[in-house]
Design a protein. Structure first.
Length: 438
């Protein structure tokens, strides 16, 4: 009996001891120190903060270029540990206390990357790779209403890329091929792309009652247009990124596969103010003379990407010099700015707050939650509106991301994506530089 009591008391003491360790400030600080970190060359990066015994930490490394500092903050009891390096590539360091290694850290040093932030309103014109099927329609015949396309197994969202061996890029190229096959009384061999896979379909055109023309029973589209915001461009390569999200067809809601396209200078003519349940919209017109700024080469989850025309000159009159970018693990919760247009072509800077930021090792579109705090922008737009997507997000003098989506039930808030993923899509590829560096 006495032995059971001793065991119970001992167990309670052990439990309390373990709980005290779990609540220990020093232990929490040690656990919070990362085992790997990515930094830019020559840039001091915060590693951890400490109020406890970690102030006695030292660093061991075989790389003399890796510098470690521990500085006490003014008017605060905490100290900030930072690292920096001038040497690209993978490095290792070890945190030690009294000469005993406590934690090993892998340090990846990337080349410093700088681009010019945008904020300009742009018109977007996309031409699809082939023609997109956006619906079925019935052809009225003596034998009843039928849709040859639906009967052939062609689905909404399919991309028609070839008809009878002829490459298809425009809607105008389809009608003559359909008419010839109809006059000859034969089926068309149609190549469609569906979910990245190619399929062959046979479609027999039908002659509409009372008409000479033959029909496929399909609604098709070969282009799309809209308005968005330029996020950044590289003054050397002329590569740019915009929008921050994929452009999808309005009917099929599937991403548009781009054959080519253009971005065009545009001016905001008015704003439909957002409210709960209605995010609002920028209304804009393409600039007089259709001033083409550049080409569109890619439409991805992170926006549209391409190359500016060599003669294109872009200024936002706020941040027209190259600005360093930062990685997702360096973005902090707190105040930030966005650049966007709400009237004409004038780019303005507005206050926002980064409510939360997710450090991301793999590409993901919703990396930040942001909230508009600027009274002028709230009065003008109600918050984030359609057409604001792509507006660059700037924090502490660095380009950190782009506005992507608005919360439908709260137009003052929305999502942003981290800038590093947009840079990769544009070809300003820090991951490729990372591989070369290592």
């Amino acid at each position: 009996m006495r032995g059971d009591t001793i065991r119970k008391v001992t167990g309670i003491f052990l439990l309390l001891f373990l709980l005290s360790l779990g609540l220990s400030t020093t232990l929490k600080e040690w656990v919070s120190v990362p085992t790997s970190i990515t930094v830019f060359e020559g840039e001091k990066t915060e590693l951890f903060r400490t109020n406890g015994s970690m102030k006695a930490v030292t660093v061991a490394t075989n790389d003399p270029s890796l510098a470690f500092s521990l500085e006490t903050e003014k008017n605060y009891p905490s100290s900030v540990a930072s690292i920096s390096s001038e040497e690209l590539g993978e490095q290792q360091m070890s945190l030690e206390v009294a000469g005993f290694p406590i934690k090993n850290i892998d340090v990846n040093v990337l080349p410093k990357t700088e681009v010019i932030p945008g904020g300009q309103s742009i018109g977007v014109k996309l031409n699809t790779e082939g023609v997109l099927v956006v619906g079925h329609h019935l052809v009225k015949t003596a034998d009843g209403d039928q849709s040859p396309g639906e009967k052939a197994g062609i689905e909404i969202g399919d991309m028609i890329t070839q008809i009878d061996g002829h490459e298809i890029q425009r809607m105008s190229e389809v009608a003559d091929l359909v008419q010839v096959a109809g006059d000859e009384g034969r089926a068309l061999e149609i190549k469609v792309k569906r979910d990245q896979q190619t399929q062959i379909k046979e479609l027999t055109p039908l002659q509409a009652e009372g008409e000479h023309s033959y029909r496929m029973g399909l609604y098709i589209r070969d282009s799309a247009a809209g308005v968005g915001t330029l996020t950044f461009y590289d003054p050397i390569s002329k590569k740019y990124g915009a929008l921050g999200h994929v452009i999808s067809d309005v009917d099929t809601m599937k991403p548009i596969i781009v054959h080519d396209g253009q971005i065009i200078r545009s001016a905001v003519t008015s704003i439909e103010k957002g409210s709960n349940g209605d995010p609002g919209e920028k209304l804009a017109s393409f600039a007089q003379g259709r001033d083409v700024l550049g080409s569109i080469e890619k439409n991805s989850s992170f926006g549209i990407f391409g190359t500016l025309d060599s003669k294109t000159k872009l200024k936002n009159d706020i941040h027209d010099n190259q600005m360093p970018i930062t990685l997702s693990n360096h973005v902090k919760e707190g105040p930030a700015k966005i650049l966007t247009v709400v009237n004409g072509e004038d780019v303005e800077e507005f206050d926002i707050e980064i409510v939360s930021s997710v450090p991301q090792r793999e590409p993901a579109t919703k990396g930040m939650v942001i909230k508009v705090t600027d009274p002028k922008l709230l009065e003008t737009t109600g918050g984030i509106v359609q057409g604001m997507s792509g507006s660059p997000i700037i924090q502490d003098g660095k380009l950190v991301g782009a506005v992507t989506h608005v919360f439908v039930n709260d137009p003052t808030s929305g999502y942003g994506c981290h800038i590093s993923w947009m840079l990769e899509e544009a070809g300003v590829n820090i991951e490729m530089k990372k591989a070369k560096a290592s």
